[in-house]
Design a protein around this ligand. Structure first.
Ligand SMILES: [Zn+2]
Length: 390
């Protein structure tokens, strides 16, 4: 009788695996077969087609960026996800409104179905989405509830919820309260959550904005600079804590204007970390050096006082749950899709900058490799085009 040894596609050995869903935090190995995790253990015997040794790295579930602008075409903010996100550890991205009802089918064809990165859309309540440099709600008529509802019904699998960004830039002279009212009507009709782009509270108080939102809605831009933000004189505002207690979620959405170190340090010190850490990566970031990406954004939150295990959870388990994708992704569990981020922590002191240019000195994470559905992608890999299962 011949002894049967298991055959696997890929074995990853790492100094540290971290998964908040299984409470694994230590050295270990992961075996992958047919795009799925099939074993996680200290030692996995068997034969492997390929192996990846990461003796100085941490392997975490593939990073999930809950607010960014992945788009191969059609969005003025769009960046190619397989080129600019996937190689940096990100296996799943939620688009904040890159397409509205008018361009939803095109967004599926050109971006979601053509990317190795797993992408879901928070459909823009504005039917024109982000197709022009004008704010998407400058014409209130574009906040078309019926069209939004119909698009969600047609593309339910690809659409997570509705993007309602009521910032001054998005609304122009349009009354933001009417925009949110329409967003809520569409959301109620579809049973969908809202990705809410917070407004500077000069003409609409933060308390009144938050009171309109429902459990499961996600507020992005949560660490915007004072005085337009969730902290005041060193304390997290009571209406913000009340919103979290009601089940409203708070997302970072770093972007070009919405991450402030002092606010983050105060909020984290007060026990109010973000639920999710996201980049709001868009086309204007591509010229930046160093690169604006999710591992670097994570390093900024660590510098602001968030323990690294909480940082990892805020880019894996929590966003996977919010996106209703757990345990398909967001964990290192046998049966889950083999989506992994292999990150190296560099202790080399670096200048970490917030959106206003304030600096903290700290280490940073760098992507060594990403595994998406069992396929290895290196930071210098060229993207592949073509449809993949998602
Ligand atoms: Zn955005």
């Amino acid at each position: 009788m011949t002894k049967h040894r298991p055959q696997f596609d890929l074995l990853i050995r790492a100094a540290r695996l971290f998964c908040s869903a299984t409470n694994w935090d230590g050295p270990g190995e992961i075996a992958v077969q047919d795009g799925r995790i099939v074993a996680v253990d200290l030692r996995i015997p068997g034969d492997f087609h390929e192996s990846l040794d990461a003796p100085e790295a941490v392997v975490v579930p593939g990073l999930i960026d809950l607010h960014a602008h992945p788009a191969n075409s059609g969005s003025v903010f769009g960046v190619a996800p397989d080129e600019h996100m996937l190689p940096h550890g990100v296996t799943t991205v939620l688009s904040q409104g890159d397409a509205g009802a008018d361009h939803c089918a095109e967004y599926l064809d050109h971006t979601i179905n053509r990317s190795q990165t797993r992408i879901r859309l928070a459909i823009n309540l504005s039917r024109i989405g982000e197709t022009t440099m004008d704010g998407c709600f400058e014409q209130l008529a574009d906040a078309d509830v019926e069209r939004c509802i119909n698009a969600i019904a047609r593309h339910r699998d690809a659409i997570w919820g509705i993007a309602v960004n009521v910032s001054h830039i998005a609304c122009g002279k349009t009354d933001p309260q009417r925009v949110l009212e329409r967003g809520l009507r569409a959301a109620e009709a579809c049973g969908a959550p809202i990705l809410y782009g917070l407004r500077r509270p000069e003409d609409w108080s933060l308390r009144l904005q938050l009171e309109r939102l429902r459990p499961g809605d996600v507020v992005t831009y949560c660490y915007r600079r004072q005085p337009h933000c969730i902290v005041d004189r060193g304390r997290v505002l009571p209406e913000v804590r009340a919103a979290r207690e009601r089940g409203i979620l708070f997302d970072l959405g770093h972007g070009a204007a919405s991450f402030d170190f002092a606010v983050a340090e105060t909020a984290i010190g007060e026990g109010f970390p973000p639920d999710t850490i996201s980049t709001d990566l868009q086309i204007r970031h591509l010229e930046m050096s160093p690169r604006h990406d999710l591992p670097r954004t994570m390093a900024k939150l660590k510098a602001a006082g968030m323990p690294d295990v909480d940082v990892f959870t805020a880019v894996s388990h929590t966003p996977a749950t919010i996106m209703r994708m757990f345990p398909e992704t967001g964990c290192l569990r046998p049966g889950s899709s083999a989506d992994l981020a292999i990150l190296r922590w560099s202790n080399e002191p670096e200048e970490l900058r917030d959106a206003a240019g304030n600096i903290r000195i700290g280490g940073a994470w760098y992507s060594i490799a990403t595994v998406r559905n069992g396929q290895i992608v290196k930071p210098d890999s060229k993207p592949k085009l073509g449809k993949v299962e998602s």
